[in-house]
Design a protein around this ligand. Sequence first.
Ligand SMILES: Nc1nc2c(c(=O)[nH]1)N[C@H]1C(S)=C(S)[C@@H](COP(=O)(O)OP(=O)(O)OC[C@H]3O[C@@H](n4cnc5c(=O)[nH]c(N)nc54)[C@H](O)[C@@H]3O)O[C@H]1N2
Ligand SMILES: Nc1nc2c(c(=O)[nH]1)N[C@H]1C(S)=C(S)[C@@H](COP(=O)(O)OP(=O)(O)OC[C@H]3O[C@@H](n4cnc5c(=O)[nH]c(N)nc54)[C@H](O)[C@@H]3O)O[C@H]1N2
Ligand code: SF4
Ligand SMILES: [Mo]
Length: 751
Amino acid sequence: MSTNMQQQADAVRQAAAKLWRSENGPLTHDLVQQPGKFGLGRLPAGKTPNATTQMVCGFCATGCSLNIHLRDGQAINLTPTVDYPVNSGMACPKGWESLSVLKSSGRGTTPLLRNGRGKLAPVSWPEAMAAFRDRLQETQARHGVESVAFLSTGQMPTEEMAFLGALAKFGMGMVHGDGNTRQCMASAVVAYKQAFGFDAPPYTYQDFEQSDVIVLIGSNLCIAHPIMWQRVLKNPHRPEIIVVDPRKTETAMAATEHLALRPKSDLALLYGLAHILIAEDWLDRKYIAAHTSGFDDFCAHVAEFTPQRVAEASGISAAQLHRIANIIHAGKRVSFWWTMGVNQSYEGVRTAQAIINLALMTGNIGRAGAGANSITGQCNAMGSRLFSNTTNLLGGRDFESAQDRGQVADILGIDAACIPDRPSWSYNEILEGILRDKIKGLWVVCTNTAHSWINQNTCRDILDRLDFLVVQDMYSNTETAQLADLYLPAAGWGEKDGTFINSERRVGVIKKVVRAPGQALADFSIFRLIAEYWGCGRMFADWTDPEAVFHKLKELSRGRPCDISGIADYQMLDQRGGIQWPYPEEGGADNDKNHTHRRLFEDGKFYHADGRARFIFETPRAMPEPPNKRYPYLLLTGRGAAAQWHTQTRTACSAVLRELAPQQAYVEIHPQDARREGLRPNQEAIVESQRGRIRAKVFVTPTVQEGQVFIPMHFEQTNQLTHAHFDPHSKQPSYKDCAVRVRRAESWDDV
Ligand SMILES: Nc1nc2c(c(=O)[nH]1)N[C@H]1C(S)=C(S)[C@@H](COP(=O)(O)OP(=O)(O)OC[C@H]3O[C@@H](n4cnc5c(=O)[nH]c(N)nc54)[C@H](O)[C@@H]3O)O[C@H]1N2
Ligand SMILES: Nc1nc2c(c(=O)[nH]1)N[C@H]1C(S)=C(S)[C@@H](COP(=O)(O)OP(=O)(O)OC[C@H]3O[C@@H](n4cnc5c(=O)[nH]c(N)nc54)[C@H](O)[C@@H]3O)O[C@H]1N2
Ligand code: SF4
Ligand SMILES: [Mo]
């Protein structure tokens, strides 16, 4: 080793030791409260907390607050926070089990590097960092700087996402980096940007309680957002609850109207509703004239979506369509909510916009209990949309705009030439880039691509082709980590500080209340180490800790729709019960008017230059892979149980959560279809698509329609079947429609 390299290795060893020491020092909290203020719940015998602190949950985007009860600074138990504006004392099973999932034998405790025999073997941080730098710099030298890309997440604190995005693109020269939010929110992002001029979900959760009509489209709130559903149940106005979902989900069962439409006929259905509202003149013409553009063209477009035609397309009768239109018309405060049944579609953007159109034409926006509201999924999907530096340049800006690049360079004190002047490839384009030998190195942070990406047969093959795959995760046993050449062990929620932005745009804090196992480091510290090792440490010299980065994010947001410059510090977030954006420094009294519940567009002003929202529409297209003779069933996928989170790396670690959900893959099938295929409950079945063949237990239930089957996404097998097709505008995968066949498994080897 040359002296120079030796010196650098020593420096990094010291930096790592320092980071590790600081991560393992005493746990202190600025805002530790005395026990007694909040209900403490039942505590383990012999362990009495001597302090309590609060932080938001690290699973879903609801963003519930949890009281963490501490003994000598270490978390020993938790209870939901009573006086937090989101959850008012409630939490779902995942929230309650947040601390348990941190303890698991699957946790990564040391970096792992694939050795000469092809096995992942423990290495020190300096060895890991040297491999990271050497292999990726070598790749860049051989194939160009753009040949290394990253995939990130909606589940790390905003400060970490921003660090990753800035380090990768400004420090390491990458152009391509995308996140798992592409799998999830991309359609909503594009829909909002085009319709409102900025990616801005307009609501506050109070709208769930203030509506007299709640329309849920492709959203299984009971299972996926249980505490939002609790807010619906607290609505005192006896609301009409209309659920649009091909399955009779837990949510649909509780609805006053369930539209069990044909999958992917949403666009026709929503245009059909618009058609009736126009035909009956059930419109808010004043609102349309003052605050929107494109309505006349939209009227011409929906003219042909007659109730008869829509009934044929959707399977929803003209009478029921009319009844729903009438309910929307009669409602004084109608809110429209959508989630993955809409976004995960080959026409997700236009479907989301068809929902927005309904809200605009009836004036149901910018008012209590109204809105065209996309519900986000992961704890920090909203943070990733604004600050991950993937699709958008930091702060919801454009990479292509020289002005935007200049602003970011000024704020961060870097050379504008470091900022790519092109947007990144999307997730699927990055994977296709690997196939085309354009991407040779990949850094996957906080997402489990080899389980969650669509069509795993090609996905795994694609990951195999890389020269170097780095996976940075809490667990070393994830499907993706097992494929890695280098694995970096990360601290998770509860083991580090930072902020999340929830579905109603509320910024909330998370804190370190537990020590990460072994040598695992907060992602933040890993990024600092990498910056040092890569040779761009100077660029990030003042990115010292999450709160320092938070102040940078404030500056990056200043004057933007997502302005958070008025938030003084983490302590203010803690004291206020989180703060929704926008919260500009100049906001003064406006900010604080009803500060716990704020919604956008109350003044009817949207972010387009003309201040108007746009009606956007397109002709519906046919499903690319409809059921056919060989594959007669349509496969729907989605969330299975409130106790299961995605690829189950976390939730499978809790004995309680494991009790609350099936642990083996199962397929829901209609009784008629089961009879036809000779399938009995709990039997093993083979489910096959053109791409793969899996085993699943038979679950006979009339909640799925005839000709359709449902398999939750939590099982690794599910995406062996799915068909990689995408929305052309958002590039979001259409996970919920492909053709399969189902038959009885003849023997155990029959897969
Ligand atoms: N327990 C739990 N909660 C979670 C998660 C989890 O993994 N587990 N994940 C979080 C994340 S990241 C997300 S994105 C959200 C997702 O939350 P949701 O979107 O509510 O969940 P999904 O089950 O994916 O999809 C919702 C519904 O879409 C329906 N659907 C399928 N095809 C169509 C169609 O063509 N039209 C319509 N209208 N509906 C259709 C499905 O039947 C399903 O019931 O949940 C979040 N919350
Ligand atoms: N068939 C089908 N597939 C789907 C969907 C569907 O409905 N159907 N839904 C899609 C949707 S909406 C989503 S959001 C995706 C989710 O897909 P993924 O993002 O792949 O799912 P997760 O299991 O949440 O993966 C997060 C990973 O990050 C790790 N992790 C957690 N916290 C931290 C941390 O602080 N730091 C680091 N470094 N790692 C951490 C976890 O251990 C886990 O391995 O799945 C998509 N896939
Ligand atoms: S609803 Fe979401 S945020 Fe609330 S406790 Fe459950 S997982 Fe956590
Ligand atoms: Mo998601």
